[in-house]
Design a protein around this ligand. Structure first.
Ligand SMILES: C[S@@+](CC[C@H](N)C(=O)[O-])C[C@H]1O[C@@H](n2cnc3c(N)ncnc32)[C@H](O)[C@@H]1O
Length: 298
């Protein structure tokens, strides 16, 4: 936590309120020490939030001395970040695709890797033509809302098992004025859409093995376990989603799923076993297997 002691957070040690430049420097140092992988970006995001200003203000006014209220808000969020809380939880939102989404401790924090799933979906169906699209495990609504925003002609159904996450998705859909394109429904995987077929099914389901060490590191420690884990090998939910997809796809319809970087071969085998054609895995920006897709035969 930044403490107003002489020569540190008090800037020049003369008892004045610390300037923005001083606060940024000290916050970066403290966050780096606390193990943040992006101390500069974290410090600026928290400072921008506390001040209600954007980063260009810091650059233009390094000498600005925050008010006591701004300083208190910043100190509080900095202390929580140093204790490991995700920046997205402290800000209450996360950017995804072209949208700003509200996120809470009840939702997964949308990841940049998941934008590959959005991109791959947009590459497979023509945005200009009406289509029925299903998003399984919508969380904050990230994938469904991004697709609905890009393609006004599409009609999305988004399923979520957590009522608390669904409330956040509803809030996002309302704020983004997308409620007429996205129907948000509560339930387990295909149960709420029994008897319905879709041109495209997308899902970023839980896919981490229950004993994986990554569950004890970074932001995931603060995210709902039910959004992350799926049995010992992480594939329990993917098995259900892939095996039951043919009964919910139109002829030539597509299924696209996100998965862990070591699960590409296993997920392709599940697609093939379920009778899918054109099965392929796409790599994320880090070059890791991330999204596998397949097409329902005629
Ligand atoms: C990895 S998160 C993905 C959230 C969001 N789609 C995203 O990409 O940010 C998986 C989501 O699936 C939901 N989920 C878990 N089991 C489910 C089930 N049986 N039926 C529907 N949703 C489920 C979780 O609550 C969580 O919101």
């Amino acid at each position: 936590m930044i403490r107003p002691t002489a020569g540190t957070a008090n800037g020049d040690g003369n008892g004045d309120t610390p300037t923005l430049a001083t606060l940024r420097r000290i916050a970066r140092e403290q966050l780096a020490e606390a193990g943040s992988e992006s101390p500069a970006a974290d410090a600026d995001a928290l400072l921008a939030h506390a001040l209600g200003r954007d980063r260009s203000f810091f650059l233009a006014h390094p000498e600005y001395a925050p008010t006591p209220q701004e300083l208190a808000a910043f100190r509080q969020s900095l202390a929580r970040r140093r204790a490991g809380e995700p920046v997205a939880h402290l800000l209450g939102w996360r950017g995804f695709w072209t949208l700003e989404l509200r996120v809470t401790a009840d939702t997964l924090i949308p990841r940049p890797e998941t934008e590959l799933l959005v991109e791959a979906a947009l590459a497979r169906l023509d945005c200009r033509h009406p289509a029925r699209v299903l998003d399984l495990g919508t969380g904050s609504g990230a994938i469904a809302l991004a697709l609905a925003d890009e393609c006004p002609a599409w009609r999305l159904t988004a399923v979520e098992a957590s009522q608390a996450a669904l409330a956040v998705a509803r809030d996002n859909a309302q704020r983004l004025a997308l409620t007429d394109r996205v129907q948000l429904v509560h339930g387990a995987w295909y149960a709420p859409v029994a008897g319905q077929r879709f041109d495209l099914i997308v899902s970023n389901p839980p896919y981490v093995g229950e004993q994986e060490p990554e569950l004890t590191e970074g932001d995931v420690r603060f995210e709902p376990r039910s959004a992350l884990t799926a049995g010992t090998d992480g594939l329990d939910d993917l098995r259900v989603i892939i095996n039951e997809a043919p009964g919910h796809l139109t002829a030539r319809g597509w299924l696209l799923v996100e998965h862990g970087y070591r699960q590409g071969a296993a997920v392709r085998a599940l697609f093939t076993g379920a009778g899918f054609a054109s099965v392929a895995t796409l790599q994320d920006l880090a070059g890791h297997d991330r999204v596998t897709l397949g097409r329902q035969p005629r």
